[in-house]
Design a binder for this molecule. Structure first.
Ligand code: PLP
Length: 363
């Protein structure tokens, strides 16, 4: 089946096969990858290689640290203010959908939050223009959601700069659902973070890429395990790390490099998005996506049937055609096709063919 689920999402078949073999026995170690010490030479090699491959894949500059931490993007959202803001500091948040709102809920009451811009008034169908943002001079950071997984809104070149200029205030970005889908200039960001379970691997681990000088900030009083500097000093192994997740993510990084890296995935993402939005827009209103064309996500495509009474028939037929994971998020209803790096162009072609067939029979 082609799996269009938003996350945990599809992984490449070659990665799953390799993971299956290593789950039984790692090389001739006499033990599974999940049975080996995180401090042993075998796992150290896995961990070091994963970081090196991620650095190559994303072009991470040397003055940026890479952390592999347990927990999801929500955990990172809670740790950002603790690590990078001081008591009483203001933090600026730009809210462009559900996950931007979730990030607000993770803030400690010890900071003042300024919502610099929000797309809520128009149902998150667009991203407020950069010149309408009310940024706080001297804020600890500005937080954006690079791609809104539920609302299907993404900073695209047609909107303006994909990494909006925030002057001297560092830009922090939640890249959970779009990391590695195109080349980005990491140096434009102070922090990039992502839960792994969409483009990078299995759920349970997240990647945090941080400009090293920001780690010199004192931040809030916090437990050592929540201290990014301590995590870095311990190579993300302050306590036992999620070794399996880290290892599978490493396989995914290698796969992405073998496939041609972010340049190749950028091309594929353009092709997949053009096919799917083209089918929706060309359906004469049978299907619709309401997002401003300048910020339509290439990763998550929410769409609605004009006649919502047909939703169940659409999903049942899709499943029979081997197309799964298309039910929309409960916040929006309708349908959503998540077309991350592991979704081949042929998967989207199959979906489009199914949508056209469904329209012929029900239109
Ligand atoms: N941010 C974005 C953009 C997401 O898509 C998600 C999950 O789907 C989250 C944050 C929350 O991630 P997690 O469930 O890993 O905490």
């Amino acid at each position: 089946a082609y799996n269009f689920a938003p996350g945990p999402a599809a992984l490449p078949e070659s990665v799953l096969k390799q993971a299956q073999a290593d789950m039984l026995e790692w090389g001739d170690a006499g033990a599974s990858i999940v049975e080996m010490s995180h401090r042993g030479p075998e796992f150290m090699e896995v961990a070091t290689r994963a970081e090196a491959d991620l650095r190559t894949l994303l072009g991470v500059p040397d003055d940026y640290a890479v952390l592999f931490l347990p927990g999801g993007a929500t955990t990172a959202q809670a740790l950002l203010p603790l690590n990078f803001a001081n008591q009483g500091d203001t933090v600026d948040y730009v809210v462009t959908g559900h996950w931007g709102k979730t990030a607000l809920k993770q803030l400690t009451p010890a900071v003042s939050v300024n919502i610099a811009a929000s797309g809520e008034a128009d149902g998150y169908r667009t991203i407020p223009a950069r010149d309408s943002w009310r940024l706080t001079p001297g804020a600890a950071y500005v937080h954006i959601t690079a791609n809104e997984t539920i609302h299907g809104v993404e900073y695209r070149p047609a909107w303006g700069e994909t990494a909006p200029d925030t002057g001297d205030v560092p830009l922090f970005a939640d890249f959970s659902s779009s990391i590695a889908s195109e080349p980005i200039d990491i140096s434009r960001y102070g922090v990039i973070y992502a839960g792994a379970q969409k483009n990078l691997g299995p759920v349970g681990i997240s990647v945090v890429i941080v400009r090293r000088e920001l780690l010199e900030r004192a931040g809030m009083p916090r437990a050592d395990v929540f201290n990014y500097s301590s995590q870095l000093a311990n190579d993300s192994m302050l306590n036992t790390p999620p070794t399996w997740n880290w290892y599978v993510a490493g396989l995914v990084f290698r796969w992405m490099l073998d496939e041609g890296g972010t340049v190749a995935f950028n091309r594929r993402s353009d092709e997949k998005a053009a096919l799917l939005y083209g089918a929706i827009d060309g359906s004469g209103g049978f299907y619709r996506n309401d997002i401003d064309a300048a910020v339509r996500s290439r990763m998550n495509v929410p769409f609605f049937l004009a006649d919502e009474a047909r939703n169940t028939a659409f999903l049942d037929g899709a499943r029979e055609a081997g197309l799964i994971g298309l039910k929309g998020h409960r916040v929006l209803g309708g349908m959503r096709a998540s077309i991350y790096n592991a979704m081949p162009v042929d998967g989207v072609r199959s979906l489009v063919a199914y949508m056209q067939d469904f329209q012929k029979t029900h239109g």
